[in-house]
Design a protein around this ligand. Structure first.
Ligand code: SIN
Ligand code: FE
Length: 306
């Protein structure tokens, strides 16, 4: 695919060197791309796993009852690891190092986000993607934008930093779909309206952790509608991207249409970012959906959360 049409922006070489040689141009390239919903791909920026840590890269260490191994945002609580206390300590140290390095990377690329990024748990994914058996809604091999059914995020953006740490040379293979506005235009009119009282009831029944806003309703509607439409999955504009071991990639996963096809051994860091911290908010899902829906989608107070 021609680079201008691609939803993936490849930034070869050492990002620190690029940053120090022309910080203004590099920042603006990164902000422009990521806020337009593109995936920033750093093929030469790996996350170093030491030789002794390689012995931790075994699926048996992950509790099959949990989706992933994860470390809480404050670095204190590790979950989903089986194994002896030494293995647990080493897993914790590995994930904690990644937590620090992922934050440093995002803060360096977009310093304007620094004061606003809210760290979420960090995950270590040890299972081969191909072995996952999921319901269609949870099937991440179908193109989707991220939206959480039980955790409404009130317009908060989702930034994710991924690192392929496969020691055997196996890439993580994604499909990356069309820009968010095209997705939204295609599906918005088919999303059933939010029934009056339903957000209140879902919260009351503790199905959601907080009140589902009209924005959350539409985002979840897009997520489900994309995954449910198999002809869309097959025919929409998309590209196959192979993220090599020793590479890192970053995107707003609530905006970039993505699907994972294969791969094993990955670290992932999520941040939330208030919509008010965006530099070009007009490109974001909230602005696009409000324009297409012709109405405000967040209660007034929520949209002003700093
Ligand atoms: C996803 O965020 O949908 C899955 C990403 C991955 O496992 O590579
Ligand atoms: Fe996803």
């Amino acid at each position: 695919m021609h680079p201008d049409l691609s939803q993936v922006v490849r930034l070869d070489g050492d990002w620190q060197a690029r940053l120090s040689s022309d910080p203004v141009a590099f920042h603006s390239q990164c902000v422009h791309a990521i806020e337009q919903g593109k995936v920033l791909y750093f093929p030469d920026t790996g996350f170093d796993v030491t030789l002794s840590e390689r012995s931790l890269l075994r699926p048996e260490l992950a509790n099959p009852a949990r989706r992933n191994i994860s470390l809480s945002a404050d670095g204190t609580t590790l979950s989903g690891v089986l194994g002896d206390p030494t293995a647990k300590r080493c897993v914790q140290a590995l994930i904690a190092r990644y937590q620090t390095s992922a934050r440093h990377l995002v803060e360096s690329l977009v310093p304007e986000y620094k004061a606003h990024l809210r760290s979420q748990p960090t995950s270590l994914r040890l299972h081969p993607v191909e072995h996952r058996k999921r319901s269609w809604k949870a099937d991440d091999s179908r193109l989707h934008v991220d939206a959480f059914p039980s955790r409404p995020n009130h317009g908060m953006r989702i930034v994710r930093v991924f690192a392929n740490i496969n020691p055997a040379g196996i890439p993580r293979v994604w499909r990356v779909g069309e820009p968010f506005e095209a997705v939204a235009r295609r599906f918005i009119t088919g999303i059933p309206p939010q029934r009056p009282g339903s957000a209140w009831l879902l919260e009351k029944l503790r199905i959601t952790k907080s009140r589902r806003t009209p924005y959350d309703h539409l985002m979840l509607g897009l997520h489900d509608a994309m995954k449910a439409d198999l002809s869309y999955q097959r025919d929409c504009a998309q590209e196959l991207v192979t993220f090599q071991p020793g590479s890192t990639w970053i995107c707003f996963s609530d905006q970039a249409s993505h699907a994972v096809l294969s791969g094993q051994f990955m670290l992932e860091q999520t941040f939330f970012l208030p919509v008010t911290a965006l530099i070009q908010p007009a490109y974001g899902p909230l602005a696009i959906l409000e324009r297409l829906a012709g109405q405000r989608l967040l209660p007034a107070a929520r949209s002003r959360i700093p």
